[in-house]
Design a protein around this ligand. Sequence first.
Ligand code: UDP
Ligand code: MG
Length: 316
Amino acid sequence: MLFKKEKISLIIPCFNEEESIPIFYEEANKVSKKMKGTEFEMIFVNDGSGDKTLDIMRQLSKKDKRVRYISFSRNFGKEAAMYAGLEAVTGDYAAIMDADMQDPPEKLIEMYHLIKEEGYDCVALYTESHEGYNFIRKALTNCWYKLIDKISDSHQVPGARDFRLMTRQMVDAILEMKEYNRYTKGMFGFVGFHTKWLSYNAPDRRAGTSKFNLRKLVKYAMEGVMAFSTTPLLLSAYVGMIFCILAFFAIIFIIVKTLIWGDPTSGWPSMVCIIIFVSGIQLFFLGIIGMYLSKIYLEIKHRPVYIVKETEKTKR
Ligand code: UDP
Ligand code: MG
């Protein structure tokens, strides 16, 4: 009987990564030669890049049949790119990796070994040192992971990266989740399975610059909270309750004070402050409700998560 090689599909979301893709391809190629008994498939997802990213993908897929690509009609974000990649996977295992070499392909050897030999369904990586990130981003990221782990339904590992190798079964489970507002890190936690967490030092990006600016990061952070937690919605109920209790005691205090000392018309500045404060809180919570509402709104529209313009099969 012929020995069938196991296929590992790499999913690489790329947004303006013309300098990184060739480096990544070379490294992944080296690793695939080392991993005897397996074959690689590389699915590059072009997330609406404005540089030569697509051209490079076309050339690579022409040269090497293991290279496939999916090119979006515009920038849909890394979450959409990962989803498109997962949908395209034909392998027995799938790995999500950044193009910038912050997720070193050599790690795949150890990850594959852990799944094969020790029976894990998934091996995921987290980093304790983000060398490429500045102090503020590191500190904020840390705080955010702690907060989200407390308030969300799915366990979040601090410093977790999107880099993970998983079985086909787990890929299918993720694909079963058809939601429009996708927060993959939470989804992996939600589907469960036996996951091994490995720590490593994420190196600095090899070429190009980070594609996540502050605006994108804040949007991503909010996505993470809202996709897996309804705690912010309940918060308004708690704060409202506290304010009712405070108001009750304040009213009693004022009645008693008026009965004892009379009612001189003073104190309007404090009144104005209280009114502004309370209406501020009301607007804040209205905003939170609005954010969830907007997510529901997008969800019921059933819009596609991404739109494909070209793949290696449809290229004219
Ligand atoms: N990326 C993407 N779409 C985006 C932003 C980023 O596909 O809208 C890709 C990017 O090309 C890279 C990966 O996601 O392969 C991680 O991005 P980056 O390295 O810029 O993020 P950072 O490491 O700074 O968090
Ligand atoms: Mg990076």
